[in-house]
Design a protein. Structure first.
Length: 388
């Protein structure tokens, strides 16, 4: 969906402006409801916001320590122990980053040589191939097949070659909303251990699970010493603009990631770091209530999409629902997403953005439901115009 850029290096050709920025710009230009880009339209917990304000007012405005503030690193370690029973040394096994995107990119740059291969499950978030391309590595894919978005373990085994360095796993998964099962995690772990691979896990939706439970891959046998886990405050606390993320894992791998990260952003978000520490220490009630509220919004949008004729793949987690537009007569989700702002004033993202090497069009479209109920209701009303 990008034009060639004459001054851009060859390995990054085809990336261009992200589809999310394009669709958000389209929403603004047409006055459409933006169900494309995954950001909430309300702020997160007031006590977390107030902690950021207090930090600014008390002078927490200069460079924080390179690995992140000691209190936030301690809060991340407490969080991992509290929710998953994973023990970490906050001084050597936690690194604060400028959101999850920087964390993933820094990890790939640090751990992959030119010509190495990275395995990812397709569809996948659009920053993954960009990070791999920046490293001069090659991306190999294992498909997730609807309706359950399952994968064939044998295809994962066959995807591994002598050049494979890393397996990139996103669970809970964007864009499908899948939560990888214990059996699937064990299958991935078995391949990683047998072939001595590193795992990089994107877990930013860890607390936004409606059906099932999130289990970190690092908790599976043999994986603690070979897994770099990534998460962030943006999705959990609805402060996506703060861009506070973190990486956890064994010290040797963290040291490699830290070496690269320091030359990307160096440090970031000094007053937001103590605020995120406050958020991570909120009671269990906050985390369960946030997931329940989002679940209700998922159900609200799913009902509206179904009534409009879409075949919805109901997500078990995340902000997003994938919907099949073929019952509406659309075989190409890109065409539908281009027409929807004019036809009904709603913007979504075509699944083609998550299948960059696809041979043909896909009827799948991703809708974000992390919006206020009244916004979702208006979007549903507008979507009905597609079949009206």
């Amino acid at each position: 969906m990008s034009r060639a850029q004459p001054h851009l290096v060859a390995r990054l050709q085809g990336l261009g402006t992200t589809i999310f920025a394009e669709m958000s710009a389209l929403a603004e230009a047409t006055g459409s409801i933006n169900l494309g880009q995954g950001f909430p339209d309300t702020d997160g917990p007031p006590e977390v916001a107030e902690a950021a304000v207090a930090a600014i007012r008390t002078g927490v405005n200069q460079y924080p320590p390179g690995p992140g503030s000691a209190d936030l690193r301690a809060a991340v370690a407490e969080h991992q122990l509290r929710f998953y029973g994973i023990e970490l040394d906050p001084a050597s096994q936690v690194l604060v980053t400028a959101g999850a995107t920087e964390a993933i990119t820094a990890a790939v740059l640090a751990l992959c040589e030119v010509g190495d291969e990275v395995i990812a499950f397709e569809p996948f978030y659009d920053s993954y191939p960009a990070a791999v391309a920046l490293a001069g590595a090659q991306l190999r894919t294992v498909p997730l097949e609807p309706p359950g978005w399952s994968f064939d373990p044998e295809r994962l085994v066959r995807a591994v070659s002598s050049r494979t360095r890393l397996v990139l796993l996103n669970s809970p998964h964007n864009p499908t909303g899948k939560v990888f099962s214990p059996a699937e995690l064990d299958a991935i772990a078995e391949v990683c251990v047998a072939r001595d691979l590193i795992a990089l896990t994107d877990e930013v939706y860890e607390h936004l699970v409606f059906d099932g439970h999130h289990l970190p891959l690092s908790s599976r046998p043999g994986m603690a010493e070979r897994t770099i886990a990534v998460s962030s405050a943006g999705k959990t606390f609805s402060f996506t603009g703060w861009k506070i993320g973190w990486v956890t894992g064994p010290e040797p791998l963290l040291n490699a990631v830290r070496t690269v990260k320091q030359f990307l952003t160096y440090v970031n978000g000094a007053p937001f770091q103590p605020a995120v520490a406050t958020g991570l220490r909120l009671g269990d009630g906050y985390f369960s209530a946030a997931a329940q509220a989002l679940r209700q919004r998922r159900d609200r949008l799913e009902a509206g999409l179904s009534a409009s004729g879409f075949a919805v793949h109901v997500p078990a987690a995340t902000y997003f629902a994938m919907a099949d537009a073929s019952p509406l007569g659309y075989r190409d989700g890109v065409l539908l997403c281009q027409e929807m702002p004019k036809r009904c004033g709603v913007v979504a993202v075509p699944a083609a953005a998550f299948y960059p090497a696809a041979a043909g069009p896909s009827p799948l479209v991703r809708f974000a439901f992390c919006k206020r109920p009244e916004v979702l209701d208006e979007a549903v009303r507008r979507l009905a115009l597609l079949v009206g």
